[in-house]
Design a protein around this ligand. Structure first.
Ligand SMILES: CC(C)(COP(=O)(O)OP(=O)(O)OC[C@H]1O[C@@H](n2cnc3c(N)ncnc32)[C@H](O)[C@@H]1OP(=O)(O)O)[C@@H](O)C(=O)NCCC(=O)NCCS
Length: 260
């Protein structure tokens, strides 16, 4: 790891330069190590997000219990592990795990695509995820972030980590969900076990989400900058959804690898 030290002020300045401001909602996908050595670690990065969006803003992170290249979505759901909202660790980065453990954080009751958030619209953002039959479709936190004119921050990671592109697929009618239902279990904040009937993402179809980079730049919905050593991309979620869905209506397999 590079040992040049990145401090909170540098992260705050980088976020502001990207266009993040008070009152914003952001959904962050991140790699802590990509920044270089951060003084204070993940907590410093989270503090910087919260400071920039302020009391009126909301900071959200994915809180998935599995990283999907290690196990397929359907295989995970077939194992039917109990997702304990208070205990099950987030496997999609240190920043996501540290954020969910903060006292002010809450996490959606979703067995495979949980999202944790802090801030003004925390409860609105995460509520009802367990009632959605598609993990990233209508009613989910990723979809709500689009409705709320939120932003997506890719911090040291590429579009391949951009879960909102699954929202684009689900809303745009791409053939990505299993016909079968799965019935995973979730232990909620009160210790009650609930069943969450849902479709899984189908196996065996590699994606090429990076092709959205050119489109985001052409449509001027993404600002690109540097935070520490990391490349950071701030994307307008609603416009991404609108533009992506329009493309998929013409070509539902557009985001699949090797699709024109
Ligand atoms: C997988 C992934 C999280 C790995 O990124 P990473 O930077 O290697 O790991 P983390 O973000 O968990 O950060 C922990 C690492 O940061 C480094 N680190 C530790 N302290 C640090 C500090 N103070 N400053 C900077 N880096 C530090 C260490 O290398 C640590 O790894 P270790 O725990 O093995 O020692 C990242 O590549 C990724 O894909 N992120 C996006 C995930 C996502 O949102 N997916 C979407 C779901 S569909």
């Amino acid at each position: 790891m590079d040992k040049s030290i990145v401090k909170k002020e540098e992260i705050i300045n980088g976020l502001k330069k990207l266009g993040l401001k008070k009152g914003d909602m952001i959904l962050v996908h991140s790699s802590l190590s990509s920044l270089g050595y951060v003084e204070g670690g993940a907590d410093t990065v989270i503090d910087a997000f919260l400071e920039v969006v302020g009391k009126e803003g909301t900071v959200a992170v994915p809180n998935l219990p599995v990283i999907w290249y290690r196990e397929s979505h359907a295989d995970y759901l077939k194992r039917q592990p109990v997702f304990d909202v208070k205990v099950t660790p987030s496997k999609v980065g240190r920043i996501t795990e540290v954020l969910r453990l903060r006292e002010k954080a809450r996490r959606s009751l979703h067995p495979s695509h949980s999202v944790a958030a802090i801030g003004k619209r925390r409860d609105w953002l995460i509520e009802g995820h367990e009632k959605c039959t598609g993990p990233c479709g209508e009613g989910t936190p990723c979809w709500k972030n689009c409705q709320a004119n939120g932003r997506i921050l890719l911090l040291g990671v590429s579009q391949n980590s951009n879960t909102t592109l699954h929202t684009v697929e689900e809303i745009g009618g791409a053939p990505v969900l299993t016909e079968d239902f799965f019935y995973p279990l979730v232990l909620d904040y009160k210790g009650k076990l609930i069943t969450v009937p849902m479709h899984a993402h189908r196996d065996g179809q590699p994606r090429d989400f990076e092709k959205m980079d050119i489109i985001c730049k052409k449509e001027k919905i993404m600002n690109v900058g540097q935070i520490g050593k990391a490349t950071a991309m701030l994307i307008e979620a609603r416009k991404l959804l609108e533009i992506g869905v329009k493309i998929l209506k013409e070509n539902p397999k557009f985001l699949f690898k090797n699709s024109p």
